[in-house]
Design a binder for this molecule. Structure first.
Ligand code: NBG
Length: 843
C-alpha cells in the first residue's frame, strides 16, 4: 500500500496499472495485505475478506488519480457540473474499476492461484440500491461519461442506509425487506467527517431593520449535520476521477447529555434516532403524512448541504458571485432537488447579503432542470402547510419569486388571469400547494426533456404556457447509456467478437460501431454472433435455475420485459399476450407457437397495490403455464426477483426480444430500450419515448413497431374510448381476459384478480391495453415468423448493434454541454494545451 501512495507521486494510468499488476501478481503482497486487513491467518480469510482486500488495493490506485484530479488546474472555460439527484444507481464497482485500470485478467489469475474465481468474488459486492429505476441509473451513466470526457463534475445525493427495499417473493407476492447494502461497509467510500454542514428546519423568521436595509433572519431552528461520504467516479479515456458525494445525517449535538443525566434515557436516544432515520430508506412510503414529511425533509436535507458545499468551494476560488454562472452549473435531476433554488437564494440574499435582483439573476443562470416524466402524480407539489412548519423562510422566498415572476408574465400577457393561475408557482385550488416543477422552470436557464417526443409533449401539453412565454428555454437532450458498463462489462464476449471484426476505434468513439453493419451479411460472422448470444443465454439460464428453480430452453426466444412494475409500462399487455398464446395451445389453434421464455423483472412501489397484484398475476400465470403438460414447456414465464443493476447486466445480453410496450405518451424516454438494442435484441415497441429515435436509427425494417400513435391515442380518448368494444371485437382478447377473470390462474381464490379485470374494463382501461392488444398480437406473430429464420433474425440483430452508437451517454453529455451548460468540451482534449486556472484542491 505504502508504495502505491508514496510521495503523493502522480501515477499515469499505465504506471498505476503496472504497480497494481505487480502487487496482485505477487501472491505474497496480497496475502500480506489480507493478513493485515483481518488480523487473521490467510487460511481463515473469507471470500468477503478477499473482496475487501482487492477492493482496497484497487481503490488505492483510483485514489491516486482522484487526488490528482483535484490538484490539476481546471482549464479556463471549463465549467464544473454539479449534478443533484435523489437517486443514483451506480451498480457494482469492482469489475468496472478492474477493467478501467486494465487489471481484470491479472486479478483473475491471482485469485485462481488461490483456488478462487473472480466471478464468485465479484458477486459478493453489494449493489448500491440508491435509486428506483431509470432516473437513478441515468444519473450514474451521465456521471461516468462526464469523468470519461474529462469534465469536472460532482454528483450530489443521499447516502441511504438501506436504499430501496430488497424484493422477496412469497407465494407469488412481493414482500419488501430492508436492503442493508452497507452491512460489510462500502469499500469505495471515503468518509469526510470533517466536511459537515448544518441543515436547518422549523424555527421562525424575524425581520430586522426597516426599508431598504431590512433583513430576514431565520431563528430558533433545529439543526442536523450533513456529513459527506465520497465515492470515486473514474473516467475510462481520461485520467479524471470525479466525485459522487453522498450526505449522511448526524445529530448536531452528539446527544442530549442533560436529558440523559436527568434520567430521560429513551428521549435522548430517540431524538438522535429520529435524526439518523432521515437517511434510512429511499422513498419512504408517502402513503402517510409522516412519510410525506420525511421525504420532504430528505429533499431539503441533501440540497441544503449540497448548495452550501457548492458555494463554499466557489468562494474559495473566486472573488465575486457574479462569476458563478460562468464557472459552474447546478443540474437538477427531476423536481426532487428543486428546493435547491430556494436554498441558493436564501444563502445569497440572507447570508451573503446580495440584492434580490442580482441574486436571482445569478441563480437563474446557474441552474438547469431535467424533466423525466409528465405523469401528473409524479410532478411534485408540496403543501404550503409543510413549508410553514419546516421551512418558513423558504416559503417567503418562494412567494417572492412567484410575485416577481407573475408580474413579469402579466407584463407580457396583460389581462390573462387564467394564465397567471395556471402558471403560478402556487396552486390555489383546494389546499394551497407549491408546484415544484414551476419553481424549477422559473429558476433555471434551461429545461430539458429526455427524448424528442417527450420534449415535444412538454412544450405542447404540461408546460405549454412556459413554452409560449420562453420559446427557447425547453430543449431536448435524449438520454444515453454508458457503453463501458452496458456492453464492455456486461457482454465481454460480444465486445471480443466486434473487436475481431472492426478493431478498436468504436471503443472510444461509439459512432464507429456503424462499421459492423456490412458484417451482418457474412454468414460466418452471424454464426459467431449467435454463439455469443447462446453463451449469454446459458449464463442467464444458470441464474434462473438458481433463483427461480426453473429450467429454461436456450433455443427458445428470450422475450424480456424488465423495468419497474407500472400500469403504463403494461406488464399486463404482455401477460394478456402470454395468456392468449397459452389459450391457443390449449385449444390446439395453429400455428404452433415458437418456443418462448418470457422473462419479467422489476419492483413495484410498496404502496402501489395494483402493481403488486400484477406481480402476483405474473407468478400465478407462470405457475400454471410452466406446469401444464399441454404446454410441454413451449412457453415458460419467469420472474427474476430483486431486479437491480447487476441482474440487468446478466439479463440484457441474453435477450432476443426487447419489450418496450408502454402506453404511448407515457414513457419519457426509457434507457433499457437502448441497452437491449446495443446487446443485439430486436425491439417490439410502441412509438413512445426514445423508441422512436431507436427505430429511426436502426431502420423501421429492423424494429417491430405496433400500436396507436400519440395523435391517434389522443383522438381516441377525446372521442370516448370504450374498452368493451375491443373486448367483444377480438376473440383472443376476450378468451385471455376471461381466463384471468374465471380464476383459472388462482383456483383457490377465483376473485383474486378482479381488480385487474375491472381496471381494464369497467375502469375504462386508462392505459389503452385493449386498444393496442390486437396490433400487438399481430406484431408478435411477425416476431415469431422471423425468429424461425435464425439467419435473418441475426442479421437484423447485428444491424441493431451497429446502429445504436448514438445512444452512448458520452454523446448525451456532449449534448448537455453544447445546449445547456455552454461548456466547450474540445478544450479538454489532451492534444490542446489548456490555459490554467484555479484547482479543485479546496475539495
Ligand atoms: C424516468 C422515465 C424514463 C426515463 C428515466 C430517465 C422517472 C420519474 N422518470 O422513461 O420514466 O428513461 O426517467 O430519464 O423515473
Amino acid at each position: 500500500m505504502a508504495t502505491l501512495i508514496r510521495d503523493r507521486k502522480i501515477l499515469t494510468v499505465d504506471a498505476a496499472a503496472q504497480t497494481m499488476r505487480t502487487m496482485l501478481g505477487e501472491a505474497v503482497s496480497l496475502e500480506r495485505y489480507i493478513r493485515s486487513l483481518t488480523g487473521r491467518p490467510l487460511e481463515a480469510a473469507t471470500q468477503q475478506d478477499w473482496l475487501a482486500a482487492i477492493a482496497a488495493l484497487v481503490r488505492a490506485q483510483i485514489a491516486e488519480r482522484w487526488a490528482t484530479s483535484a490538484e490539476v488546474p481546471r482549464p479556463i472555460g471549463v465549467k464544473r457540473i454539479c449534478y443533484l439527484s435523489m437517486e443514483f444507481l451506480p451498480g457494482r464497482l469492482l469489475v468496472h474499476a478492474l477493467q478501467n485500470l486494465g487489471l481484470h485478467e491479472s486479478c483473475r489469475e491471482t485469485l485462481f492461484r488461490h483456488g478462487l474465481d473472480l466471478e464468485t468474488i465479484v458477486e459478493l459486492e453489494a449493489d448500491p440500491a440508491l435509486g428506483n429505476g431509470g432516473l437513478g441509473r441515468l444519473a450514474a451513466c451521465l456521471l461516468e461519461s462526464m469523468a470519461n470526457l474529462g469534465l469536472p463534475a460532482y454528483g450530489y445525493g443521499i447516502r441511504y442506509d438501506c436504499g430501496l427495499f430488497a424484493q422477496h417473493i412469497e407465494d407469488g407476492w412481493q414482500v419488501e425487506r430492508p436492503d442493508p447494502w452497507l452491512r460489510h461497509g462500502n469499500p469505495w467510500e471515503i468518509p469526510r467527517r470533517e466536511l459537515a454542514y448544518p441543515v436547518k428546519f422549523r424555527g421562525r423568521v424575524v425581520e430586522q431593520g426597516s426599508g431598504g436595509r431590512s433583513r430576514r433572519d431565520w431563528v430558533e431552528t433545529e439543526e442536523i449535520l450533513a456529513t459527506a461520504y465520497d465515492m470515486p467516479v473514474p473516467g475510462h479515456q481520461s485520467e479524471r476521477v470525479n466525485t459522487l458525494r453522498l450526505w449522511s445525517p448526524r445529530a448536531a449535538h452528539e446527544f442530549n447529555l442533560r436529558s440523559f443525566n436527568d434520567g430521560d434515557h429513551d428521549g435522548a436516544f430517540s431524538r438522535r434516532n429520529a435524526i439518523e432515520s432521515l437517511s434510512q430508506v429511499l422513498y419512504p412510503s408517502d402513503a402517510t403524512p409522516a412519510g410525506r414529511e420525511l421525504r420532504f425533509k430528505q429533499e431539503f436535507f441533501f440540497v441544503s448541504a449540497s448548495v452550501q458545499d457548492i458555494l463554499r468551494r466557489f468562494q474559495h476560488a473566486h472573488a465575486s458571485f457574479d462569476q458563478l454562472p460562468d464557472k459552474l452549473v447546478v443540474q437538477i435531476n427531476d423536481t426532487h432537488p428543486s428546493l435547491a433554488i430556494a436554498e441558493f437564494m436564501r444563502l445569497l440574499v440572507d447570508v451573503h447579503r446580495l440584492e434580490w435582483e442580482r441574486a436571482w439573476s445569478i441563480t437563474r443562470r446557474t441552474f438547469a432542470y431535467t424533466n423525466h416524466t409528465l405523469m401528473p402524480e409524479a410532478l411534485e407539489v408540496w403543501p404550503v402547510r409543510l413549508f410553514e412548519t419546516l421551512l418558513p423562510r423558504h416559503l417567503q422566498l418562494i412567494y417572492e419569486i412567484n410575485d416577481r415572476f407573475l408580474r413579469e408574465v402579466a407584463r407580457r400577457r396583460p389581462g390573462d388571469g387564467a394564465l397567471l393561475r395556471r402558471i403560478s408557482l402556487v396552486d390555489e385550488e383546494g389546499e394551497r400547494r407549491i408546484r415544484m416543477a414551476h419553481l424549477a422552470i422559473a429558476g433555471s436557464q434551461a429545461v430539458n426533456g429526455v427524448s424528442k417526443i417527450h420534449t415535444h409533449l412538454m412544450k405542447e401539453t404540461t408546460f405549454a404556457d412556459f413554452a409560449a412565454l420562453y420559446p427557447d428555454k425547453i430543449v431536448n437532450v435524449t438520454n444515453g447509456i454508458t457503453f463501458r458498463r452496458w456492453l464492455h462489462e456486461a457482454n465481454p464476449a460480444l465486445v471480443a467478437l466486434v473487436r475481431s471484426r472492426i478493431g478498436d476505434r468504436w471503443l472510444t468513439d461509439p459512432d464507429h460501431l456503424a462499421a459492423l453493419a456490412p458484417h451482418a451479411e457474412d454468414a460466418a460472422f452471424r454464426a459467431a454472433f449467435r454463439a455469443v448470444k447462446h453463451g449469454n443465454k446459458a449464463r442467464l439460464a444458470e441464474v434462473v435455475a438458481r433463483e427461480c428453480g426453473i429450467e429454461v430452453e436456450f433455443d427458445s426466444l428470450f422475450d424480456v420485459h424488465v423495468k419497474r412494475i407500472h400500469e403504463y409500462k403494461r406488464q399486463l399487455l404482455k401477460l394478456l399476450h402470454v395468456t392468449a398464446l397459452y389459450d391457443r395451445i390449449r385449444n390446439s389453434v395453429s400455428p404452433e407457437p415458437t418456443p418462448r421464455t418470457v422473462i419479467f423483472a422489476g419492483k413495484a412501489a410498496p404502496g402501489y397495490t395494483m402493481a403488486k397484484l400484477i406481480v402476483k398475476l405474473i407468478h400465478d400465470v407462470a405457475e400454471v403455464v410452466n406446469n401444464d403438460p399441454v404446454v410441454g414447456g413451449r412457453i415458460k414465464v419467469i420472474f427474476i426477483p430483486d431486479y437491480n443493476v447487476s441482474k440487468a447486466q446478466k439479463i440484457i445480453p441474453a435477450a432476443d426480444l426487447s419489450e418496450q410496450i408502454s402506453t404511448v405518451g407515457h414513457e419519457a424516454s426509457g434507457t433499457g430500450n437502448m441497452k437491449l438494442a446495443l446487446n443485439g435484441a430486436l425491439t417490439i415497441g410502441t412509438l413512445d419515448g426514445a423508441n422512436i429515435e431507436i427505430r429511426e436509427a436502426v431502420g423501421a425494417e429492423n424494429f417491430f413497431a405496433f400500436g396507436l400513435s400519440a395523435g391517434e391515442a389522443a383522438r381516441l380518448r377525446a372521442t370516448g374510448y370504450d374498452p368493451w368494444k375491443h373486448y367483444h371485437g377480438d376473440a383472443e382478447l376476450k378468451g385471455a381476459l376471461d381466463l384471468i377473470a374465471s380464476g383459472h390462474f388462482s383456483p383457490s381464490q377465483p376473485d383474486l384478480f378482479k381488480p385487474v379485470v375491472d381496471a381494464l374494463t369497467k375502469g375504462g382501461d386508462p392505459y389503452l391495453v385493449f386498444a393496442d392488444f390486437t396490433s400487438y398480437l399481430r406484431c408478435q406473430e411477425k416476431v415469431e415468423t422471423l425468429y424461425r429464420c435464425p439467419e435473418e433474425w441475426t442479421r437484423r440483430a447485428i444491424l441493431n448493434v451497429a446502429a445504436v452508437g448514438g445512444f452512448s451517454s458520452d454523446h448525451a453529455v456532449r449534448n448537455y454541454a453544447e445546449q445547456i451548460w455552454k461548456a466547450d468540451l474540445s478544450i479538454l482534449a489532451p492534444s490542446e494545451p489548456p490555459q490554467l486556472m484555479a484547482t479543485d484542491a479546496a475539495d
